[in-house]
Write a protein that binds this ligand. Structure first.
Ligand SMILES: Nc1ncnc2c1ncn2[C@@H]1O[C@H](COP(=O)(O)OP(=O)(O)O)[C@@H](O)[C@H]1O
Ligand SMILES: [Mg+2]
Length: 589
């Protein structure tokens, strides 16, 4: 490696200016001063470079040396990522902690993934195989929950000239040699990848399979597809974090990358304490066995927060390339955007809306565009993988007209608008059905058709949405004249809408039978509600007053079906339909 040197000339917070750096490249990582603080060249003007530094620059002096590493800001990808807790530039927080105590020291160099840990490697490829990037060299059981495929790094191709035998090795061991007309390359169990460059795929696939979450308001009404994008905007205390934790625990992703951009220090501490204790609901194994956690507490430099979403999504893409489905959560992208704003201010750039830099929108787009469902793999084998991105947005005072929410809205296809008044009324998840949307609903219709058996998901969803929208309209009338002025047919709309809200949309994250809901249970529940609506409509047409329906004790039973009936007895829910017939029949008599 050809190391280059420059000199610090000016320091402004995380922005450092250096001279004699003309031989370095835009995007190169550099080490600054005696402490060897990590930075990245973000602008070059002749010999002068602007460097964004990922650590506190207090004490750095003009004249100190700047060493170019000749490589861009990168992550190390290989076994050992899972269960790790990293900062924004992939430094393991626990290791830093051991070295420097509770305050994160500066210039600490720790391996991103362990170079000492022994893995049992089982070869898949063999000598003589012609491989290209993303072909599988072998496998390692990384955690009980995840079999890690060791991939040929993208851009490498050729014939395998040497292949190691099955055995126990560290990631530093050379496991294979690949040669082509340009020469021979030695491959290890890990490789580096520049975080700001998306990893290549064979081809993008239509996102037409839901990322099933077990959360009814999401799956049934505002679904996110595998490889899709969703935003959860909401003011303080509306349930962004709980929703993301629910998805981390229950969505059918193989692997979770959770990026915590701490709203407040203690919130991040909660994540760091809680996550390692969570259990995977399906296997009972620690959830961390399929999780990579990236944490940025508010006392960490803002620049590392800026880098964190790229570090996170690059790790997600790497596991996608193994043929896995990854869900990446960022909580909250508003804090990330604030980091961008702060750095931009230090760089003395021209501010745009609310002080954010003009490139806020393009940066958000770059992040969300890395989501997708794709065919991946090399010459030998193709696989399917996906990266779904779910970003929380925390606008000041819950005002969705601010720039981060507005720009995010342009780049995501599902929008789960959290609502302060719903949260205040303890309606959780507080996703407002009137201003939330999903553009994946028709894409996943085929999936529901297969899953749904006799149920017509699309028709059921449309009917329920219509009832909710009609209720929204009627509520305006009720506010003016009271419910008594409405004809009975319209009062029934209000009653059914109440059932949809209380029986279906509300879901208790802290009740064993309700925390997760299977597709079958969701369909049967909605079927019961719509059956009630149809049958009640018939008896109202026969002259039975709507008020009589309200006092029926079948109503609270419908509301309780979610907690009364566990998922594995979902068929029992449909028995309520016979009871509805019976009770309503009685009313007519
Ligand atoms: N799905 C849910 N079920 C039950 N309670 C919830 C749910 N979502 C949120 N809450 C309640 O709301 C509180 C605040 O939620 P939180 O996710 O921390 O808000 P935010 O991250 O938006 O500030 C939680 O502590 C919890 O009491
Ligand atoms: Mg939160």
């Amino acid at each position: 490696m050809n190391i280059k040197h420059g000199k610090v000339i000016r320091i402004n917070g995380p922005a450092v200016y250096a001279d004699e750096t003309g031989a370095m490249n835009m995007g190169d990582q550099v080490l600054i001063g005696e402490l060897e603080l990590t930075g990245e060249i973000i602008r070059q003007d002749g010999d002068i470079s602007t460097i964004q530094v990922y650590e506190d620059t207090t004490g750095v002096k003009p004249g100190e040396e700047v060493v170019g590493t000749n490589e861009p800001l990168s992550v190390e990808l290989g076994p050992g990522l899972l269960s790790s807790i990293y900062d924004g530039i992939q430094r393991p927080l626990d290791k830093i902690h051991e070295i420097s105590g509770s305050f994160i020291g500066r210039g600490i160099s720790v391996p991103k993934i362990s170079k000492e840990k022994i893995w049992h490697f089982i070869p898949v490829a063999k000598k003589g195989d012609v491989v290209s990037g993303n072909d599988i060299l072998g496998t390692v059981q990384e955690t009980e929950l995840l079999n890690h495929k060791i991939l040929v790094p993208p851009k490498v191709s050729g014939t395998i000239t040497e292949m190691i035998d099955e055995g126990d090795y560290t990631v530093e061991e050379i496991i294979a040699k690949v040669s082509n007309d340009k020469g021979e390359q030695e491959l290890k169990m890990y490789h580096k990848w520049a975080v700001r460059i998306p990893r290549p795929v064979v081809q993008r696939l239509e996102p037409n399979i839901p990322l099933f979450t077990g959360q009814r308001v999401i799956d049934f009404f505002f679904t996110i597809a595998r490889g899709g994008t969703a935003a959860i905007p909401g003011g303080f205390g509306t349930g962004k974090t709980v929703t993301q934790h629910q998805l981390a625990k229950y969505s059918d992703a193989n692997l979770i990358v959770y990026i915590g951009c701490g709203e407040r220090g203690n919130e991040m501490t909660q994540v760091l304490q809680e996550f390692p204790e969570l259990k995977d609901p399906k296997t009972g194994l620690p959830l961390m066995d399929r999780t990579v956690l990236i944490a940025n507490t508010s006392n960490m430099p803002v620049t590392a927060r800026e880098a964190s979403i790229y570090t996170g999504i690059t790790i997600a893409e790497y596991y996608r390339d193994m043929g896995l489905h990854i869900a990446i959560m960022a909580d909250s992208t508003s804090r990330w955007a604030e980091a961008l704003r702060e750095i931009s201010g230090r760089l003395e750039e021209m501010p745009a809306e609310e002080g954010y830099p003009a490139y806020l929108a393009s940066r958000l787009a770059e992040f969300y565009e890395r989501a997708g469902r794709a065919e991946v793999g090399g010459k030998i084998e193709k696989r399917e993988g996906s990266v779904s991105v779910i970003g929380a947005v925390s606008p000041q005072g819950g005002d969705f007209s601010e720039p981060v929410t507005q720009h995010t809205k342009r780049f995501v296809r599902a929008f789960w608008a959290l609502d302060k008044s719903l949260a205040g009324a303890r309606h959780f998840p507080s996703i407002n059905w009137n201003n939330s949307y999903s553009e994946y609903v028709s894409d996943v219709a085929e999936w529901w058709k297969k899953e749904g058996g006799d149920f017509n998901y699309q028709e059921m969803r449309e009917r329920a949405m219509t009832i909710l929208q009609e209720e929204n309209r009627l509520e305006q009338v009720v506010k003016l004249v009271g419910p008594d002025a409405l004809p009975d047919r319209q009062r029934l709309i209000l009653t059914t809408a109440k059932l949809i809200k209380e029986a279906f949309l509300q879901q208790n994250a802290f009740h064993d039978n309700d925390v997760y809901c299977t597709p079958e249970k969701q369909l049967r529940m909605m079927d019961v509600i719509l059956h009630f609506h149809d049958e009640a409509g018939k008896i109202i047409a026969k002259g039975v007053p709507c008020v009589q329906l309200l006092s029926l004790d079948i109503i609270p039973r419908i509301i309780r079906m979610k907690t009364d009936v566990p998922c594995d007895k979902a068929a029992d829910i449909s028995k309520l339909k016979d009871e509805i017939d019976y009770v309503l029949g009685d009313l007519v008599k």
